[in-house]
Design a protein around this ligand. Structure first.
Ligand code: THG
Length: 371
């Protein structure tokens, strides 16, 4: 297999030394930064994530920090999701759209203060969009990538591990809520969030110099909980319906094609996409959660066609064999003409079924307690 040449452009993180020592087997590049994809094997990582607790280096979830009197205005220009009632310390999944209503990113936006926002981005250069809007509109705001490196703690034993390191108070953090914790003589933001549906936390480490200490402290404290280094798991995230920007959703898709319009029921008139979203017609294709009958399929590097007979009716962007559901789980975009198709769709000559939602619907218990 070809190797990935690592250099300054494929940025390392404050945890990379520990990730390497933990035996990482594969990396991807996300926001120009290393992101582990496999430690033991995709299936072993999956099983362990569902049973124990993992520490993930998700430094690549870079923060775009907006500071100044126009920070809130800029944050709202970038997303159709209404931020007007967002409380300080609250996280919101707030898709970024351009003036045509196309999706530029699907970040988590955190209101740190009245005039300070963190946009915790997926894999695209949101900072240029922010700087362009600020320059074009003459906004009074400073925009930078702060010295902040998220470390995620995910799995059913995540709360036990977090409590043992940061104390009982983190137990009280609700889904997409946050709290400040002290570590290494500095304050860091902790959120109940993360790119799995097993539940967990994200620690926004402030200051790269504390990376090894934070990693080692969590690993030491988690020994009795069978803690292991982990990473976003392809199988688990498809089962849970978590979308991957650049794979499942891209700038070629409109907000409604991605299904993320459900987070933007009230479109803020202040956002740049407002006119486009108000005048758009019904989508002719849309993202769907799929099941593909066996045999087990390998992960794909490029989309595969979704067919009805010989007719192209969409494409599959993510797929994995699910050991728990004993089927392939997938995400893809399907033409409107085939949203009700039953038993006629195929991909790679295997039968495809459209599901009403992610195959896992019941495990998201924490979501019932919205911050
Ligand atoms: N955490 C943080 N930043 C991130 C990610 C993250 N930036 C990049 C990427 N992940 C952004 N994409 C997502 C996708 C899904 C979710 C979060 C970020 C997510 N979705 C839940 C869902 O769809 O069920 C909950 C959404 C909600 O109810 O608001 O959590 O993981 N910091």
């Amino acid at each position: 297999m070809p190797q990935l040449s690592i250099s300054k452009r494929t940025r390392s993180t404050p945890y990379t030394d520990r990730v390497t020592k933990a035996g990482v087997k594969a990396y991807t590049v996300y926001n120009h930064m290393l992101l582990a994809t496999v430690y033991r094997s995709l299936e072993e990582d999956y099983r362990h994530l569902k049973e124990a607790v993992q520490v993930w280096d998700v430094s690549c979830e870079r923060q775009v920090e907006l500071t100044g009197p126009d920070a809130g205005r800029l944050a709202q220009l970038m997303t159709p999701r209404d931020l007007s009632r967002q409380r300080i310390g609250q996280c919101l999944y707030a898709p970024t759209c351009d003036r045509d209503g196309h999706l530029l990113n699907d970040p988590v936006t955190i209101k740190r203060d009245e005039d300070r926002y963190w946009i915790s981005i997926a894999d695209s250069d949101v900072i240029y969009f922010a700087k362009g809007l600020a320059a074009g509109l003459g906004l009074n705001v400073s925009i930078q990538e702060p010295d902040v490196f998220p470390l995620s703690v995910q799995g059913p034993k995540a709360t036990d591990l977090m409590v043992s390191v940061f104390g009982e108070s983190v137990r009280g953090i609700k889904f997409f809520g946050t709290q400040e914790v002290e570590f290494g003589g500095r304050s860091h933001l902790v959120a109940r969030s993360g790119y799995s549906v097993q539940g967990g936390f994200e620690i926004y480490l402030s200051g790269a110099d504390l990376g090894w200490a934070l990693w080692d402290t969590l690993m030491e404290a988690g020994k009795s909980l069978d803690v292991h280094a982990g990473c976003p798991n392809l199988i688990e995230r498809i089962e849970g319906g978590l979308l991957s920007y650049g794979n499942d959703i891209t700038w070629e898709h409109t907000l409604s094609e991605t299904g993320l319009a459900r987070f933007c029921q009230t479109v803020a008139p202040e956002c740049v996409a407002y006119d486009a979203l108000m005048t758009q017609t019904a989508p002719t294709r849309q993202l769907r959660y799929l099941q593909i009958d066996g045999p087990a399929m390998e992960p794909i590097a490029t989309p595969i066609p979704l067919l009805d007979g010989q007719t192209y009716v969409g494409q599959i962007s993510s797929v994995a064999w699910s050991p728990d559901y004993q089927t392939n789980v997938a995400i893809g975009v399907v033409d409107a003409s085939h949203w009700s198709a039953t038993d006629t769709l195929t991909a790679s000559d295997q039968p495809v079924h459209i599901l009403p939602g992610p195959i896992v619907m019941s495990q998201k218990t924490e979501k019932s307690i919205i911050a």
